[in-house]
Design a protein around this ligand. Structure first.
Ligand code: COA
Length: 390
């Protein structure tokens, strides 16, 4: 039985910062951000969007009534969760109106979480072939104003329906994975901003990729020429290219050109969104599928997932016949073209707006937020959400 991604959607908040302007404000040469790091625009979440609403908006864009009935498992991957106890999946389950007879959980391991969720979903579908699983990867990446990580912030979510006989990409059985207890990026419970050893993290990302790639080749007998494209977890778009370059010369001239060209396409959405942690790899896959016009069914796509701390996985999928008919190209294009740019001072103000932590109540005006699902405030330490379409 084939199991894989039946539907793939995403949501990005409606505000962004231009990286050239951020660089000027920080007295940095703009080319460092746009070329050295490879980012053009950074998505910014207003106070009325949090990881729950981002994920719910992503799910709302792809689910039909049959999905809502058949989904019996919701797995929410995040490293910027809103509660230490209640899972964010339960909120989304309610906000998008899923069948009550569903399991809802949250999973975590840095940017690897959504990959763990997909593997768990595959197991569930293998045992229950009629079931569909909703996998969500949603995060708001915050390093802080004037920090070296600032240029690699972002916000957004992906939503995926995992099922048997998937319409977009069937995931192959063989994958390789690795864990090593390292401190390259972490966020203690008391901090709303991440700590990162950037250079060490870059090194470990590449080391993980090379170890898993070698193991994958040994396990499967496949090589670089068997791939149409490799998609990477992208904390910033230069990162995946650094890893790809370490293996590129293993391919023929044609393979090298194909993989380099497809990498560029796969980084396009990420370049305009920034880091969305758990969703970044799948945003990159989406960028490739939605923007490369001549992708052929039957092509093999490699996926490299890396979560600092660290857990990584290399796995693959085969594009399914007619997959193009099951993408949301126009809707996603609309998300990008309808965004509003904010100035650097406006970004700084929005960045510093936070929810009360002393139990006081607050209510937000959501008129300026075009999202269907918004955070409207807090009462008695509880977040209040609304789905405007109801
Ligand atoms: N024009 C073009 N490129 C330039 C440039 C210019 N004017 N100035 C600098 N650069 C290049 C540098 O050469 C470097 O490229 P390289 O990595 O290929 O050597 C790149 O820009 C970044 O410069 P660097 O001095 O290393 O930047 P930094 O010390 O500010 O750190 C990060 C950059 C990415 C390491 C930092 O933003 C970070 O830690 N981000 C978080 C990373 C992360 O998310 N890791 C965890 C998940 S995997």
């Amino acid at each position: 039985m084939k199991i894989g991604i039946d539907k793939l959607g995403f949501y990005v908040p409606h505000l962004y910062v231009d990286m050239n302007k951020l660089a000027v404000a920080r007295n940095i040469e703009p080319a460092k951000f746009t070329i050295g790091i490879g980012q053009e625009k950074m998505a910014l979440a207003p106070i009325t969007q949090d990881p729950v609403t981002l994920a719910a908006n992503a799910a709302l864009g792809i689910l039909d009534e049959t999905d809502k009935e058949k989904i019996d498992f919701v797995i929410f991957a995040t490293e910027t969760g809103i509660d230490h106890s209640k899972s964010a999946a339960v909120y989304v389950h309610h906000l998008v109106g899923l069948n009550p007879h569903a399991r809802c959980i949250e999973v975590k391991h840095a940017c690897y979480g959504a990959t763990a969720a997909i593997q768990m979903a595959k197991g569930h579908v293998a045992l229950n072939p009629e079931s569909k699983v909703l996998v969500l990867g949603s995060d708001i990446a915050r390093y802080g104003l004037n920090t070296s990580g600032e240029a690699t912030q972002g916000a957004g979510a992906v939503a995926m329906v995992i099922s048997a006989d998937p319409k977009v990409i069937a995931l192959e059985a063989q994958s390789t994975y690795l864990t090593d207890d390292i401190m390259d990026f972490w966020r203690p419970n008391y901090s709303d901003k991440a700590f990162v050893d950037g250079k060490f993290s870059n090194e470990q990302y590449i080391l993980f990729f090379s170890k898993m790639w070698e193991q994958y080749k040994e396990k499967t007998g496949l090589d670089l020429n068997d791939f149409e494209a490799l998609c990477f977890h992208l904390p910033y778009t230069k990162m995946g290219m650094k890893a790809l370059k370490t293996v590129l010369d293993e391919g023929t001239e044609a393979t090298q050109q194909r993989l380099a060209a497809n990498y560029k396409i796969s980084a396009e959405y990420n370049k305009n969104v920034g880091n969305i942690y758990t969703g970044s790899l799948y945003l990159s896959l989406l960028s490739l599928l939605e923007q490369k016009e001549d992708l052929q069914a039957g092509s093999r796509i490699g996926l490299f997932s890396y979560g600092s701390g660290a857990v990584g996985e290399f796995f693959t999928g085969i594009l399914q016949a007619g997959f193009q008919d099951h993408l949301y190209v126009e809707e996603h294009k609309g998300l990008f073209t309808s965004r509003t740019e904010v100035s650097v001072p406006e970004y700084e103000e929005i960045f510093q707006e936070t929810l009360p932590t002393d139990g006081s109540n607050i209510e937000f005006n959501i008129d300026k937020d075009p999202a269907a699902i918004c955070l409207v405030g807090m009462t008695d330490n509880m977040r209040n959400y609304v789905n405007k379409l109801r």
